[in-house]
Ligand binder design. Structure first.
Ligand code: ADP
Ligand code: MG
Length: 645
């Protein structure tokens, strides 16, 4: 009798109440075991579902529990080339959890890890529907249902919200695999169940606007307000000085002048005399978010320059002045320097950003399309740090989640890239946020380009299809789970299918996300070449002009509009235009930002200090030509609107 026939002949008697046994344990080492898979003569006729597959959850009965094991590898070490000859089949399995039996011997409560190890010769079975349900699908107040598990499509894939958010999460996968849809679905489910939530979603592609219906407060970059005095010294140095190399003197000057400017502002508010003496600013920290004016900084720079006896020292002052003038008049930074007056509206700005009160909109979407990456970096840095500081000073009473789409862009692995304060703010949340109730959601298509410290702090990972080897290795290193063998599936997952690891799920699981309703899908669909390339564009000239106009608008105060709809909206309405025209005969085609606002809703607060040529996009003159131009743009955009979707 050969070895294989012996295996068959020595198979123990099966317990038919558990269904057919799949195999027999022949080796146990730590959290892993090896089983011989029974190779019955009729094996080839068995339906596929009856045979163990990679990732299938199997069970072994012990006196106190049912030990759950995941198939991590299958092999036939000595394959036969003779038809009908029996081979040895081996399954490598990971012991991942246990269902403890109650006093009647019925498996009940689930626990990760294993206390009762299976012994040699123990039979392994497939889990029943009820056992899978108990292992994967804990439905309670703290959980959300996001899809179905791969092994049994009738079982919900459930995520534990506190664990997912509290210990940070990441959604990873190649482009087009469903990261944005999954993120929208996860957040929708969380906020449906927790309508008083506080989520800030950084949206660099303006794709999430319609995902949350009326649950979201959408802040376009035109409306974003993060006054420069919110910035820490380090952040303002990055903005006003830039590359620090050889700029020690400029940094020193700023460190002296900012507390002075804060003192001047505070003094002016108290009705005191302007131009306080340097010694009066002793109590003003350079880092505290206290208001001050850029004009005071400029005055102080002039005063100090006037006092300098040695003209050789004047260089850094001049350089600093020039840089401040350039940055403060740069429309891309208008969300920082744009406010006409410096007012202490910190509470109001924080309230809108972090949804306090929620007012039925538990999520803030910050649209950032059109902004250059350095500006996005500054904004993300300030938002993340404010979230952390707010949580710290509020004693963690309002848990906040910051979700960063395209996170590798602003928290890159490469030290030479990105903005140091952004990395620091997000790393601080990743490392210490849990204590104060600030959490991070990281979404990225390039995990290998993402700062590894931050990724390793993300405890729950939703990993969608991923073909790149380097990315897979990075994900593998970020997973502490025994079931990392599930990563083998990554290249073959379908769209919207993922493997979830970490504390957010009871057990690592391959699952498929539920479909997001059409009306809530992110605006990120892939271009339909064949459809577009079969149609004539229409009015080519008007279309081209509209594109150019939109392009140019990105460098103007009406910048950052996110598509045809928004460009059209950015244009003044007929009535508004004619109303304004009474007072201002030369009406610019685009809305003049720092004129009298038409209404609080239609015109967000605008920058003051801005060169005239930037304010007026196209100063056409006669109203008739302005209206005509606007109509032409609208028509062209309408006729080709799919290009902007
Ligand atoms: N859960 C889902 N529900 C509905 N459609 C989905 C889902 N997941 C993925 N899709 C489809 O896949 C496409 C790409 O998904 P998307 O989330 O934009 O990918 P990614 O963000 O990874 O680039 C979407 O346009 C959508 O059609
Ligand atoms: Mg996406």
């Amino acid at each position: 009798m050969n070895a294989i026939e012996k295996v068959r002949n020595t198979s123990p008697v099966e317990d038919t109440t558990k269904g057919p046994a799949v195999g027999r344990i022949v080796s146990v080492t730590g959290s892993q075991a090896i089983a011989l898979v029974f190779h019955r003569p009729d094996a080839s006729k068995k339906p596929k579902a009856e045979q163990p597959e990679m990732g299938t959850l199997l069970k072994v009965d012990t006196p106190i529990s049912v030990v759950l094991c995941l198939v991590s590898a299958l092999s036939a070490p000595a394959p036969s080339d003779e038809e009908g000859e029996v081979e040895l089949w081996i399954a490598e399995i990971e012991l991942v959890g246990e269902l403890f039996k109650n006093e009647h011997g019925v498996p009940e409560s689930f626990r990760r890890g294993v206390m009762a190890y299976p012994g040699l010769g123990d039979l392994i079975y497939k889990c029943s529907h009820e056992e899978l349900q108990k292992a994967y699908s804990w439905d309670n107040e703290e959980t959300i249902t996001v899809g179905k598990i791969h092994q049994d499509q009738s079982i919900n894939a459930v995520v534990k919200v506190n664990d997912m958010l509290g210990k940070h999460f990441a959604v990873l996968g190649s482009t087009g695999t469903g990261k944005s849809c999954s993120t929208a679905l996860l957040l929708r489910q969380i906020l449906d169940k927790n309508p008083e939530g506080h989520v800030v979603l950084i949206d660099p592609h303006n794709e999430y606007t319609k995902c949350f219906g009326n649950m979201s407060e959408v802040i376009s970059v035109n409306e974003l307000q993060l006054p420069f005095w919110f910035l820490t010294f380090e952040e303002i140095v990055e903005v006003l000085v830039g590359d620090r190399r050889g700029k020690d003197k400029e940094i020193e000057i700023l460190a002296d002048l900012i507390p002075m400017a804060k003192a001047r502002y505070a003094n002016a508010k108290r009705g005191g005399r302007l131009g306080m003496r340097t010694s009066d600013n002793a109590n003003f920290s350079v880092d505290a978010p206290l208001p001050y004016r850029i004009s005071d900084i400029m005055d102080l720079l002039n005063e100090h320059m006037g006092r300098l006896e040695m003209k050789n020292y004047i260089g850094p002052y001049k350089a600093l002045k020039a840089r401040i003038e350039a940055v403060t008049s740069d429309v891309r930074y208008s969300f920082m320097f744009g406010s006409t007056t410096v007012q202490d509206q910190m509470a109001a700005i924080l309230g809108r950003l972090f949804r306090i009160p929620v007012n039925g909109k538990p999520i803030t979407i910050i649209e950032m399309t059109g902004l250059p990456s350095e500006v996005i970096n500054v904004a993300v840095s300030v938002i993340a740090r404010m979230a952390f500081d707010f949580a710290l000073w509020s004693g963690g009473k309002v848990p906040i989640t910051i979700v960063c789409e395209e996170a590798h862009r602003y928290i890159p692995a490469d030290d030479r890239l990105g903005f140091e304060p952004t990395k620091r703010s997000l790393a601080k949340i990743a490392k210490e946020g849990r204590k104060y109730g600030v959490s991070l959601g990281v979404i990225s298509q390039r995990p290998s380009e993402l700062d590894s410290t931050i990724l390793s702090q993300c405890n729950t990972l939703f990993v969608l299809r991923m073909a790149n080897d380097i990315d897979q290795k990075i994900v593998l290193s970020a997973i502490s789970d025994a079931a990392s063998s599930l990563l083998e599936f990554l290249p073959s997952l379908g769209t919207g299918e993922c493997i979830v690891f970490g504390d957010g799920v009871t057990l690592p699981v391959r699952m498929r996300f539920d479909r997001l309703k059409e009306e809530f899908l992110p605006c990120s669909s892939t271009a339909k070449f064949t459809e577009s390339w079969r149609e004539v564009i229409g009015d080519n000239e008007a279309f081209l002009e509209a594109v150019v106009q939109r392009w140019r608008a990105a460098g103007t105060p009406t910048a950052n509009v996110s598509g045809d709809q928004k460009i059209a909206e950015a244009l003044p309405m007929e009535e508004e235009l004619s109303e304004q025209s009474v007072a201002v005969p030369d009406v610019p085609v685009m809305q003049v930002p720092n004129e009298e606002p038409v209404s609080a809703e239609t015109v967000p607060p605008r920058p003051m200090e801005r060169p005239a040529e930037m304010v007026q996009v196209q100063n056409k003159g006669p109203i008739a030509s302005a209206l005509e131009e606007k109509q032409r743009i609208r028509d062209a955009l309408r006729s080709k609107s799919r290009f902007f979707k």
